[in-house]
Write a protein of this length. Sequence first.
Length: 255
Amino acid sequence: MLSLECAAVNAMEITYQPILNLQTGRIEKCEALCNPPEAGADIAAFFMSAEMNGSLRGFTDRVFDSVFSDWQKHGSPTTDVSVNLTVGDLAEPDLAKRVEKACKKHRLDPARLWFEVDDRAQSLVDPVGLQSMSQIVSLGVRFSIDGFGDELSQTTHYEVGGLPVAEIKINARYVRDADENMRHRDVVIASVTLARDLNIGVAAKSIERENIALLMRRLGCTHGQGFYFARPTAANVVAALVAKMAQAGPLESGR
């Protein structure tokens, strides 16, 4: 099984998509994205299969190795990196120890690391998952709830306040057309209000147009991610991209 896990990670391309501070226009974080070697393959199905056949644990550890190594070698010293975790990952009682071990191995400061967890993950409100999250947070790592506002969410607005999270990331479906769909805009506004009440960040994902970027900023989103700013890129060009975006300045300056 180990050789299969090695082959899977080696064959899978890992790219990094910038996440910008919508006030300053600077890149503050990049999300590590695992791309299957077969064009058009379903990454969600890939991870589901890994959970079912027992290879997820080894695969996750090797993703840690790849991403942490990339970031130590190529990441900007002012930029954090974010890695996605699955339901199965959070169910592992020794996850925090594995994260700590990988950070030490690659000399990556845990304070530069974020984990994103899907809003639909039952582990968010499960005792084992909560314990894993709390242990990881104690290392200095931060968590973001991805896809927030999904209709299939396992976490209510009230439950978010009890989670050790530093950010909510609004579901893309509510961001893409928030300039035209008032119901979707209301979801964005409600998410921003919740984040402010909890004193945490709120990011808008899948920003693909300038007017959406400006709208998210005006509605109070602290961060934004999407093709309008930058497409996923290789680790070795991240530092140059960070410098370029810093020179571009705030959104009002045009980019």
